[in-house]
Design a protein around this ligand. Structure first.
Ligand code: SAH
Length: 265
């Protein structure tokens, strides 16, 4: 571990956790881009964050890819820089609230008396919906979305295994499981989704080399395999994905439906 000799400032600077968005560098928020511009130190998840985003950073900023680091290494960088009074951005792919390991980093910062805040980002789930031109919630089809994953080295609580979640037949977005589309589809069908349920696999949503594959739970695994998708993809399924835009009439804009912002004329 490199020993850093930083001049300590009396009050540490804030570490800003920023959601980088799904890939397209223009899909970071205005606030996130401003923080990147001001940052003296940026720690980014190199395996998933589009490096094009780093163009927002000042030439003088020190940039660190967290991919090869362990937790202590990357929090040391953030703590040292904040104590030196440098503005720090910790850039996470998508939104920080989903599978980002934000919590364990925040806990270490708290223990060390380093203030932090969060700027949310566009999750890859929403980029996938945009790319498919679909709504996850459609009146009369489903009003519920489940974000989940297959167990990997990180276990999933038993109550939340895919078969159990499938009983709801809601729209489901499966993260971190592109290596096992076949298993995901099999478990979803076993748990209650009809095999004809619309399904999709979106690889690198919003990136230039995005691939989207659509089908049903019965054939999606074969199609994804044929396209060679094994990582960096979401598996999506649910009735809502099969609803044509023209069928998806909501009450909100129904001319006979009145509410606080549109009363009977
Ligand atoms: N916080 C991120 C998720 C991080 S977990 C978010 O909100 O999107 C990493 C997993 O997210 C990947 O294994 C993949 O399943 C999914 N993912 C991240 N970026 C993606 C993208 N652009 N397209 C499709 N899936 C993506």
């Amino acid at each position: 571990m490199v020993k850093r000799s930083y001049k300590k400032s009396s009050k540490p600077a804030t570490v800003h956790f920023v959601g980088a968005g799904p890939g397209d560098p223009e899909l970071v928020t205005v606030k996130g881009a401003k923080l990147l511009k001001k940052a003296g130190v940026v720690v980014y998840t190199g395996s998933l964050v589009n490096k094009g985003l780093l163009k927002h950073c000042s030439k003088k900023a020190s940039l660190y890819d967290s991919a090869p680091m362990h937790l202590g290494e990357l929090t040391d960088i953030m703590i040292d820089a904040a104590r030196e009074g440098k503005s720090v951005v910790r850039l996470h792919t998508g939104d920080t609230s989903l599978y980002s390991a934000f919590g364990e980093q925040a806990e270490i910062l708290e223990r060390n008396g380093i203030p932090y805040d969060i700027t949310p980002g566009v999750s890859s789930a929403f980029a996938a919906a945009a790319s498919l031109k679909k709504e996850f919630t459609v009146p009369e089809a489903t009003q519920t979305v489940i974000f989940t994953r297959l167990a990997g080295r990180t276990p999933v609580p038993v109550d939340e295994d895919l078969e159990a979640l499938a009983s709801h037949k809601a729209t489901i977005c499966v993260f971190l499981s592109a290596r096992a589309v076949e298993e995901v589809a099999r478990l979803l069908i076993k748990g209650g989704y009809p095999p004809s349920t619309p399904a999709a696999v979106v690889y690198k949503a919003s990136w230039e080399d995005e691939i989207k594959i659509t089908g049903t739970l019965k054939d999606i695994a074969g199609k994804a395999k044929k396209a060679g998708i094994k990582r960096h993809a979401l598996i999506l399924a649910g009735r809502a994905l099969g609803v044509k835009e023209t069928q998806a009439a909501s009450k909100l804009y129904d001319r006979e439906f009145f509410h606080g912002y549109r009363t009977k004329r």
